[in-house]
Design a protein around this ligand. Structure first.
Ligand SMILES: Cc1cc2nc3c(=O)[nH]c(=O)nc-3n(C[C@H](O)[C@H](O)[C@H](O)COP(=O)(O)OP(=O)(O)OC[C@H]3O[C@@H](n4cnc5c(N)ncnc54)[C@H](O)[C@@H]3O)c2cc1C
Length: 382
C-alpha cells in the first residue's frame, strides 16, 4: 500500500532501455512506479542495433519480446572479409537453444518505443522533458527535485532508480564515482539507406588495411561502424555524426571493395520459427500470428499496419508472432493471418491472395465489427 506521503513507490530517472525495462518489471510485480526522462522524445540517432536471445528471454514475461521480434530483422550469419575483400569466414548464428534463437537487428529507438507502448498499455506514461536535478535522502525515502516545462517541483518516493545513462546525474548526486576510463578509439556510426531488392540478413565485418569496419542489416538500411584513425576528421566531435563524414568513411572502407558495397544476399532466407517452444497463449494477450514461407516476404511497414489496427481495437493487449517456414507448411498454403483469443482459440483467419500478404483491411473490418461497441478509452490494465 502506497503511503500518502509518497508520490510513488519507485521513481525511475531515465527512460532508456534500462529504465523502461525496470519499469516494466516493477509493474509486473504491482509496484507503483513513475518514470521521467529529460528528453522530449526518444533518441532518434543510431545507437545499439541488435537484440540477443537472452535479452528477449528476460523481456518475454512482460509480453514485449514477440513484438520486438516481429519488427526486427533476424541476422542469418556473419561474414568476415580480409584486406583483399575476400570472404575468409562465415558464421551461422542460429545455433542457440532458445525460444529466440536468432540475433535480431533492431534500432534501439524502435525497441524503446515498443517497451514504452507496453508500459502505456499498463497505465504508465513516460514523463518526458522532466529532468532530475537534485535529491535528498532521509529515513523514509527520497525527495527528488525535478525541472520541467511546468517549473521546478519535488517528487517523493520510497526508492529511486538512477537509469540516466553513462553521465548519470543520479550517480553524481549520490557521489558514486565512475570506475574505469574511455577507450582511446573514436568510432563513427551511421544508418545508411540503400537500394536493394530483398531483405538484408547478414552482418559484414571487414578487416581493411588500417581499420575494421562493420555493417549490420536493418529494414531498408544498414548500420555502419568504423574506427577513425588518429587525426582523421578532427572536426568530428562526440555526439550526432555529420552524414557526410559517415558516407566518406563508408566509401573509404566497404566502398573500396565494389563486390562488398551495398551488397544483396544471394538467396532469400527461410528460417524456422520454433512454434513448439513458443508459449503463444498466455491468458491475457490477444495474439496475431502471421504465417509466411520465409521472413523476407514481410516488411516492417506491413507489420506496423497490422500492429496499429490491432492495438486500437484490442486495447493494446496484443502480441504479434511471425511463424516462418515450418509453421507455414503445418497450417496454411498461403501466407495467413490468425487472431488468437487470450484463451487460445482462433477468432479470425484471413488467407492471402496469390502472391500477396493477408489484407490488413479485412482484419480492420473484422475488428471494427466485433469491438466497436466495446472500445474502452480508460486504462487497459486488467
Ligand atoms: C552511437 C552509439 C552506438 C551504440 N551501439 C551499441 C551497440 O551496438 N550495442 C550495444 O549493446 N550498445 C550500444 N550502444 C550503447 C547503448 O546505447 C547504451 O548501452 C544504452 O543506451 C544504455 O542504456 P541506459 O538505459 O542505461 O541509458 P541511456 O540509453 O543513455 O538512457 C538514459 C536516459 O536518461 C535520460 N537522462 C539523463 N539524465 C537525466 C536526468 N538528469 N533526468 C532525467 N533523465 C535523464 C537520457 O536523456 C536518456 O534518455 C551505443 C551507444 C551509442 C551512443
Amino acid at each position: 500500500m502506497l503511503n500518502s506521503v509518497f508520490d510513488c513507490e519507485v521513481l525511475i530517472v531515465g527512460a532508456g532501455p534500462v529504465g523502461l525495462a525496470t519499469a516494466l518489471s516493477l509493474l509486473a510485480q504491482c509496484v507503483n512506479v513513475r518514470i521521467i526522462d529529460d528528453m522530449p522524445v526518444r533518441h532518434a540517432t543510431p545507437r545499439a542495433s541488435s537484440i540477443h536471445a537472452r535479452t528477449l528471454e528476460l523481456l518475454a514475461p512482460f509480453g514485449v519480446s514477440d513484438r520486438l521480434v516481429a519488427y526486427a530483422q533476424p541476422i542469418r550469419q556473419t561474414l568476415f572479409f580480409d584486406v583483399q575483400g575476400q570472404e575468409i569466414l562465415r558464421r551461422q548464428l542460429r545455433a542457440i537453444d532458445s525460444q529466440y534463437p536468432a540475433q535480431q537487428s533492431l534500432q534501439q529507438g524502435h525497441a524503446e518505443w515498443m517497451i514504452a507502448e507496453q508500459l502505456l498499455a499498463r497505465g504508465v506514461d513516460v514523463q518526458a522533458t522532466t529532468r532530475c536535478t537534485d535529491l535528498v535522502q532521509n529515513a523514509e525515502g527520497i525527495v527528488v527535485t525535478v525541472e520541467s516545462d511546468a517549473g521546478t517541483s519535488a517528487l517523493r518516493c520510497r526508492y529511486l532508480v538512477g537509469a540516466d545513462g553513462a553521465r548519470s546525474t543520479v550517480r553524481k548526486l549520490c557521489d558514486v564515482r565512475m570506475v574505469g576510463e574511455d577507450y582511446p578509439e573514436r568510432w563513427i556510426v551511421g544508418e545508411l539507406v540503400i537500394e536493394h531488392t530483398g531483405v538484408l540478413t547478414d552482418t559484414h565485418i571487414l578487416f581493411g588495411p588500417d581499420r575494421p569496419a562493420l555493417t549490420f542489416p536493418l529494414d531498408g538500411a544498414i548500420m555502419f561502424f568504423t574506427i577513425l584513425r588518429a587525426g582523421e576528421l578532427p572536426e568530428a566531435q562526440p555526439g550526432p555524426a555529420n552524414p557526410d563524414h559517415v558516407l566518406q568513411m563508408y566509401y573509404a572502407t566497404f566502398g573500396a571493395y565494389p563486390r562488398l558495397a551495398h551488397r544483396v544476399p544471394d538467396v532469400p532466407w527461410s528460417g524456422h520459427f520454433l512454434m513448439h517452444k513458443c508459449c503463444l497463449f498466455d491468458g491475457f494477450n490477444w495474439t496475431l500470428i502471421l504465417t509466411v514461407p520465409d521472413r523476407t516476404a514481410v516488411r516492417t511497414a506491413y507489420i506496423r499496419q497490422l500492429d496499429l489496427a490491432a492495438l486500437v481495437w484490442l486495447n493494446a493487449r496484443v502480441r504479434i508472432v511471425l511463424a516462418v517456414g515450418d509453421a507455414f507448411a503445418w497450417n496454411a498454403h498461403r501466407p495467413t493471418l490468425y487472431v488468437v483469443r487470450p484463451d487460445g482459440y482462433i477468432a479470425f483467419r484471413c488467407d492471402a491472395a496469390a502472391g500477396q500478404l493477408p489484407d490488413v483491411n479485412r482484419l480492420s473490418a473484422w475488428l471494427i465489427e466485433n469491438f466497436a461497441g466495446s472500445l474502452r478509452t480508460d486504462s487497459v490494465a486488467p
